[in-house]
Design a protein around this ligand. Structure first.
Ligand code: EPZ
Length: 417
């Protein structure tokens, strides 16, 4: 099990180009199956989940070439429609292959995804929406056998604006017979990116970024060139690291609208921001302050993926802050680890109270998931002395060589395998 060795106390700052978005790239990779042609993706994030998803495409029979940050994916021929249980359990986002395979081949077999460290994460909304569109689903020995001689457009009312369910319905509806309307759809920037990619492949889709998305099914799609947009959670992670360590930071390749709620939360702690074309500059105050509350929620609400990072920041902000985690039921495991570093946090069910402390100290701590691990890493960068952070394998799933990036920006981090 890998771990990070960190010597804290140095300001994290300078200029940094944010990489491509994990949560935009993964659904787009699944969507390439619908093109049945050659697709070129640029600005790809070179992270573990991206490589795992390319492997799934290869296993299905696609030709994949990756040169630098450009992936050339030829999905003309596939010879399998099964996503095995061990694959889905390793990486939940592989359930998006269900919509893509059904949309293309009218049949698919998917292993049961199970839960993960941050929650039970059921897929009931995905499956009930698919059944409304004519998909027959049989569950046997932990596998979902799905087939649909005809995929029919339908008005789908989501009881929760699930990101994954909205993406899976988009993939299924792109080549369906007739019109599908998703009501109470997710509005995340990653949904907008997926729709823009599908439109580049010839799909007829309208309303992305709003609560209602309309999809007019088409008979055939084709290949396309597409550049993966920036990762708004990676950008937020670096902003929190700089704010906690007193560094001035300029992030390149950032889209203002996609990161506004994160910037809004940091502004409340006293950080100053300036946007120029696609560059975001930030300067933290001498003393961070808090005395506000944060509630996570679907976009444009405050992103749950930023919750652990901002909690880490608030451990050093003068005052008291409440965070309410409304999206996932078990996403506070980093709080106990932060307390080992001297933080003052009390968690009651899905509410956390954070009281700012004078300073953090180095410690041996355990990251249990992607964003929780990153939250401990930035706390260690701000802490006095040395820290050991176990669970680097989770962090590597969503951050590309984060140890090199922080070292580039003045930090002292090493990855030990
Ligand atoms: C996506 O997960 C992201 N993952 C998550 O990022 C992110 O936290 C989440 O959206 C919310 O923004 C990717 O894009 C790969 P949901 P997803 O379906 O699609 C419940 C990260 O750190 N729900 O919007 O799985 C579910 O249990 C990851 O990068 C059902 O009950 O999120 C959860 O409580 C972590 N039934 C809530 O909805 C369903 O059928 C939100 O889930 C589907 C979801």
């Amino acid at each position: 099990m890998g771990y990070y060795l960190v010597e804290g106390g140095k300001p994290i700052g300078g200029e940094f180009s944010v990489r491509g978005s994990k949560n935009a790239a993964l659904p787009i990779l699944a969507a390439t199956l619908l093109a049945e042609d050659e697709v070129v993706l640029e600005n790809c994030p070179l992270i573990r989940d991206f490589y795992l998803t390319l492997d799934i495409l290869r296993t299905l029979g696609c030709k994949v070439e990756l040169t630098g940050r450009t992936a050339v994916i030829d999905t003309r021929v596939i010879h399998d429609v099964e996503i095995r249980e061990e694959t889905v359990q390793k990486m939940r986002s592989s359930i998006l292959f269900l919509g893509a395979l059904l949309g293309r081949e009218k049949r698919a077999i998917l292993g049961h995804p199970g839960g993960c460290a941050i929650g039970k994460r059921p897929i009931d909304i995905h499956l009930s929406s698919f059944e409304k569109m004519g998909v027959e689903i049989q569950e046997e020995d932990g596998l979902f056998y799905c087939s649909a001689p005809h995929i029919l457009g339908y008005h789908i009312y989501l009881n929760y604006p699930s990101v994954g369910a909205t993406e899976n319905i988009l993939l299924l509806a792109a080549k369906a017979e007739g019109v599908t309307v998703i009501h109470n759809a997710a509005r995340e920037p990653e949904i907008v990116a997926l729709v823009r990619f599908l439109r580049a492949c010839g799909a007829e889709i309208y309303g992305e970024g709003t609560p209602s998305i309309m999809i007019e099914g088409v008979k055939k799609l084709h290949g396309a060139y597409f550049s993966i947009p920036f990762d708004r959670i990676e950008a937020g992670t670096f902003l929190c690291a700089s704010a906690m360590t007193g560094g001035e930071l300029s992030l390149l390749g950032v889209e203002k609208n996609d990161i506004e709620t994160t910037v809004g939360a940091l502004e409340k702690t006293g950080c100053k921001f300036r946007f120029t074309s696609d560059c975001l500059w930030m300067k933290p105050p001498k003393e961070l302050k808090s005395d506000f509350s944060l509630v996570t929620g679907p976009f444009p609400g405050f992103p749950t993926d930023m919750q652990p990072l901002v909690m880490s920041l608030l451990t050093l902000a003068k005052g008291t802050c409440m965070i309410s985690e409304t999206v996932f039921e078990a996403r506070f495991r980093h709080a106990e680890e932060l307390c080992r570093m001297g933080a003052d946090i009390v968690v009651e069910d899905r509410i956390a109270r954070i009281k700012g402390c004078a300073g953090l100290h180095g410690a041996e701590v355990f990251g249990h998931d992607l964003r929780g691990g990153a939250a401990l890493l930035i706390a260690a960068l701000a802490a006095e002395g040395k820290s050991v952070i176990y669970g680097s394998q989770y962090v590597e799933r969503g951050y590309e060589k984060i140890e090199d990036a922080f070292s580039l920006l003045g930090g002292n981090v090493r990855l030990m395998e």
